[in-house]
Structure formats: structure tokens, C-alpha cells
Ligand binder design. Sequence first.
Ligand code: FAD
Length: 433
Amino acid sequence: MKTSLYTSWGNKKAVPHIAITPANVSAVSFSDVQHSTIAYGQGRSYGDVCLNANGNLFDTQRLDRLVDYDHRKNLITCQSGVILRDLLLFLTTKNKFVSVSPGTSQVTVGGMVANDVHGKNHHKVGSFGNHIHSLTLLRSDGRILECSEDENTEYFKATIGGLGLTGLILTVTLRLKNVENNCIEIKSIKTKDINQMLELFEETDADYEYTVSWLDMYSRPQKGIFSCGNHASGEIKCSSSAAWKKTIPINAPEWLLNRLTNKVFNQLYYYKSNSRAHDVASYQSFFYPLDKIEYWNRLYGKRGFYQYQFVVPYEEFLSVYTEILNIIKQYDQPVYLAVLKKFGEIKSMGMLSFPRAGYTLAMDFPSKGEASLKMFKAFDLVVMNAGGAVYPAKDARMSHDIFKHSFPRVEEFSMYKDNLFCSDFWRRVEQDV
Ligand SMILES: Cc1cc2nc3c(=O)[nH]c(=O)nc-3n(C[C@H](O)[C@H](O)[C@H](O)COP(=O)(O)OP(=O)(O)OC[C@H]3O[C@@H](n4cnc5c(N)ncnc54)[C@H](O)[C@@H]3O)c2cc1C
């Protein structure tokens, strides 16, 4: 076992002892592990749920095999290290698609289960965990548990959204959806303020499977671009933009991305978009626009960045949004990227799942040390008072109080946690659990 530097997307770092999981699941063993351990997928979580400084990491990169595919039953079984990008390349040749996808395809199936990720279609289908048929879980005592809604049900519900703490997920069987081609029909609408944006979410709910809105947080009031889409019908094929993929090779100097360049970029993006555009594009362009630039997180420079994502009930959103804007102004921090989505009423499977009915706003802030942390604490108070929650997948600093408020079933969850499994995130929030 060696040590190595592992990072998460916001550029949090840890030097753990590394065990690369063998490709053969029956060969995965905990006998060498002398420290606490946690699985590491692609490190696309922004904070520290996938890190374990001074402990052990199970890097799942070699658990990358498709195990079984049943076209008629709409089921696929794969190892947990399979990357969504590869899974979709296979599925779209069969006119199938995953039921839920996050905003990047560079994530593993295990990572999507452990954060119970959501997509742009929560209002229609719920989160990723609502489409898991079954999974196998390796516990540190060597037991392999088959988990589903009928078998080891409590472990199933603890593992979905369980932040990797219930053991190592070996394989996952997913329920798929049928599509006719690899294209999405997209409608984009420029919005003049947050009220118009919220009206559009309500108006398009029934007719569109996917809805999302980008906000320009520099403009007053905040303009934006609202997009909605459906899988296209018919025998058409859309070319993917993989051919012009770019990479940011190193961390950018701090002057490159700053308040001014970001403001100009936002204005150009807004004014260059048509005010009501219809388009048919590949699923990659619609779901994963940021994947076109590999390691775009390096644009934030060495200090990295934070994302703050919260959800609050629908009726609380406007007042929470106003208070959050005031706090941002008070702390004078730039918001480089902001994305709003609507969660529907479908209940999440996991004991610690983040998605619940309401609006969810995600905002990227360059890391400004203490000033950023103080501002997030002020956000926390507003979100908690409104009965909301903060998303662990995007977090590197929430306190145990905020965690407990956000996830009231944490005590029940801890009965199914594996004692050998721990992360930097869990060490921070576990007190009093
Ligand atoms: C550009 C971008 C857009 C995003 N958009 C969204 C979005 O729209 N919706 C959303 O919900 N999230 C979104 N995310 C967050 C991302 O989807 C999640 O953080 C996801 O879990 C990352 O997967 P990963 O494979 O990189 O896992 P990691 O980040 O490496 O790990 C995440 C968690 O999964 C656990 N884990 C990983 N593999 C296993 C395993 N085999 N067994 C047990 N536990 C395991 C880890 O221990 C950790 O707790 C986005 C991230 C980025 C960078």
C-alpha cells in the first residue's frame, strides 16, 4: 500500500494510504487496511465526502466492468467504478438511458449511489436512488449483502445517499428508460428576474422532463437563462462535441478568473443567447456542457473554490433567496456560477438523501479563506430557519449541527454505518450522532 495525493473537485486535498480495488470483486479485501477507509470514485464531489486524510482510500477505478444487461427488462448491472460517460456510450447504442443524471458524466455509479444524486428531472422521476433495482455491499467483516427494497432493506436505504459509510458498493443494478435516439429537444428562454424564472419552472413542469436555470448573479435584478428539454423522438442522430474537448493543464493564475472577467463572461453568455431558442442537440451538450473543458476547476487557481448548495421548501424560497443575496453583498463575495433547479414531491429512498420538495440553488465562490467560511455560516442560519438542508456532496465545512438539522434520520442511519468506514466529512459532522 502506498500514499498519494488525492483531491476533490473544489481542490480539497488528502494524502491517504491507497488501495486500488482489484477488477475482480471477490478479490477485494480489507485485510491490509489498518486505518479507517472510504471509497473514492472520480473525486467529483466538491468537498471532503470522498477524502480520508491519513486514513485509507479504496480507489474504485478498476471496478469498471459491465456485468449484465437485460434489454427487455430495462436493467443493467455494472461494477461501482463504471463511469457514467462510458455507461451512456453503451446505453445509447441500445436506445436506453439512465433515469437520472447529474451535471457531469465524469462520475462513477458508486459515487452517484452514495450521494443519491439528482438531475434536471427530479420533478418527474425523483433522484438516482429511486431507480436502483438492487446493489451488493461489501462490509468490512467480509460479508457481501445483496440489498434491494425486498432484501436487507435497511442497508439499501442507508447506502443510497449514505456517503460511502456503509461499506464498499461492489455492483449496482439500475432500472433504465427507453429513448429513441441520442438527442434532446431544448427550449431556452432568457429571463429578466427570479420571479419570471420561478414562473417558468411552474409552467413547464408538466410538459418538460428536464428543467434548469442559470443565473447571472452580477446583474440587478438577476437575469438568467431558463432551459427545458425532452428526449427527441424519431430516427435521428446528434453528433457529440467530444472532438473539441479542451483540457486546463494546470491551476490558472489568480488574475485569469476574477470578478471582472467573470462578469464580462456572464454578460456575453446572456446577450449572445437568443431570447427564445429551440434546438436539438446531443445529450452530452445538454446535460454536460462543462465536461467540454476537462479540469475546468483549475480555472479557480490553487486556492480552489467552494460550492454552496441548499434546498428549501417552495414557499420559503423567495425570502431565503433575498436574504442570501443580502449576505453575499455584505461579505462582498463574487458568485462565479449559480444554477437553480426544482425538486418535486417524490420521496428519496435514502436515509440521508438530500433531495426533497423545494427549490435548490447551487453557487460557486472562489475560496477566500475565513471570509468565505463566515459567509457560509450566515447562509446556514437562513437555510435552517426555513427548514432546508445543505448538500454534503458539495460541502467542505458544514458543522455537525447543520448536518443534524439537514438530515434528521442520521441516528437511524448510524446503526447501519460500517465501523471501519470514515471520511474527513464524517469526522467533522459525526459529533453527537
Ligand atoms: C460539474 C459537476 C456537476 C455536478 N452536478 C451535479 C448534479 O447536477 N446533481 C448532483 O446531485 N450532483 C452533482 N455533482 C456532484 C457529483 O455528481 C457527486 O459528487 C458524485 O457523487 C461524484 O461521483 P464520484 O464518482 O466522483 O464520487 P466521489 O466524489 O469520488 O465520491 C462521492 C461519495 O461516493 C462514495 N463512493 C464512491 N464510490 C463508492 C463505492 N464503490 N462504494 C461506496 N461508496 C462509494 C465516496 O466514498 C463518497 O462518499 C456535480 C459535480 C460536478 C463536478
